[in-house]
Design a protein around this ligand. Structure first.
Ligand code: GLU
Length: 417
């Protein structure tokens, strides 16, 4: 019996592979420093945990409505109206098992194999988009952002990438893995281009919206009237509320798809009814608490991330022959390490790729980073560091990398002299 071509065609998530390896090494008692998964090192705020505990104690243990309970969807819709200026109501919201599942449902609802549908994806982009698109039958069209522009694409690049085959355009700001964000003006300029192309849907993944540093402001694509009825806003509780293990994501799809307002939300609900029914029953109360009562906790975590963004940037700036845009959002740094390709690590390994770099680094210094390849063609010379860890770990880990790189640099210098 063969496995399906579909399942054989996708790699497993590299971010999760690195994280699993960190876990194994730690279990073996190794002093590993993990810059792997984008997972806050905080526990979930107490006010949110208490809401779930109370719900569990009140006996909320049965199946719930497929797209989520009305009060939880109302709390999300209210948040989106008040904080994001997105016109929506509870019936436009579908709650799913994490942002990743929400994105997969959107792709399944909009794409078919064999129809030649394209999805425009600014890169470097998170490793999860391509598999969701391809599993659904779509083709990815990468639009590369350059290191010099903080990895952001220009309106002209967007305009050139959209064709009559474009079914959807994806944005993710603040960005995983880039750690940078578009300004409101830049978003408006991209929206102008999108307004001139009335067909494609626009998926805006805003899971890092609250994690912005250095005065950056977030603007939701779904708040821009000219395009709002085609914007699908994805968000979730994992990152801002330190709730990765709870698996809570949501989609807001207020516009007309298939001729009806909320058509996409209904289609996703049908799919979800055949996949996992609903998310865990007693977490809906936690969603309400997160939407309404956790602002102070989020602000505290955000302050910590802002400090770490500065620390990791200062540290990486000391690495020889490495360029890295300053992190202004999310909790990632995405340095260009391609100057080391073609060289040999202190432990004698030939470095030809980011995968080689990351694996030699882990073996020789016990520092884990995510290699860039799966974030897009343009990302092949990069590695991702998640700084959702302590300042002490950031400094220790970055210093280990610095020493390691210095050895390669000085060795090459001697060799070429
Ligand atoms: N989104 C996080 C990351 O990029 C979690 C792992 C994943 O889903 O890729 O590290």
């Amino acid at each position: 019996m063969d496995l399906s071509n579909r399942v054989q065609s996708i790699p497993s998530s590299v971010t999760l592979q690195v994280t699993a390896r960190i876990r194994e090494l730690k279990a073996e008692g190794k002093d590993v420093i993990g810059f792997g998964a984008g997972e806050p090192n905080f526990t979930t705020p107490d006010v949110i945990c208490q809401a779930a505990i109370a719900s569990l104690e009140a006996g909320v243990t049965g199946y719930q409505a497929v797209p989520g309970t009305i009060p939880a969807r109302e709390a999300i819709a209210e948040k989106l109206r008040v904080e994001n200026n997105i016109e929506c109501q509870a019936s436009d919201i579908v709650i799913s098992a994490g942002g990743k599942h929400a994105i997969y449902l959107v792709c399944q609802a909009l794409l078919d194999p064999g129809r030649g549908q394209e999805v425009v994806l600014p890169t470097p982009a998170w490793v999860g988009y391509r598999p969701s698109i391809e599993l659904s039958g779509g083709t990815v069209v990468e639009v590369p952002g350059s290191t010099d522009r903080d990895f952001k694409i220009t309106p002209q690049q967007l305009d050139e990438a959209i064709t009559d085959k474009t079914t959807m355009v994806i944005f993710n700001t603040p960005s995983n893995p880039c750690g940078t964000a578009y300004t409101p003006e830049e978003i408006r300029a991209l929206a102008e281009v999108l307004a001139a192309h009335p067909e494609p849907m626009i998926l805006s993944d805003e899971i890092y919206e609250k994690l912005l540093y250095g005065g950056f402001e977030h603007l939701s694509f779904g708040s821009i009237p000219e395009i709002a009825d085609r914007v699908i806003t994805i968000n979730g509780l994992s990152k801002s509320f330190a709730m990765t293990g709870w698996r809570i994501g949501y989609t807001c799809a207020p516009g007309p798809v298939g001729g009806a307002r909320g058509g996409l939300a209904k289609a996703m609900t049908r799919l979800q009814s055949q996949m996992n029914t609903c998310i865990t029953s007693f977490t809906y109360a936690a969603i309400e608490a997160a939407m309404r009562d956790a602002d102070a906790d989020v602000a505290t975590m955000c302050e910590a991330f802002a400090e770490r963004a500065q620390v990791i940037y200062d540290q990486i700036s000391r690495w020889p022959e490495v360029r890295c845009p300053k992190p202004t959002g999310a909790f990632y740094a995405f340095p260009d390490i391609s100057a080391y390709f073609g060289r040999v690590s202190p432990g004698g390994k030939k470095i030809e790729s980011a995968v080689d770099f990351a694996s030699a680094l882990l073996e020789e210094t016990l520092v884990a980073v995510v290699p860039g390849e799966d974030f897009g063609e343009i990302a092949r010379g990069h590695v991702r560091l998640s700084f959702a860890t302590t300042v002490e770990q950031i400094i220790e880990g970055c210093q280990r990398v610095e020493k390691w790189l210095t050895k390669i640099s000085s060795h090459s210098a001697v060799g070429s002299a």
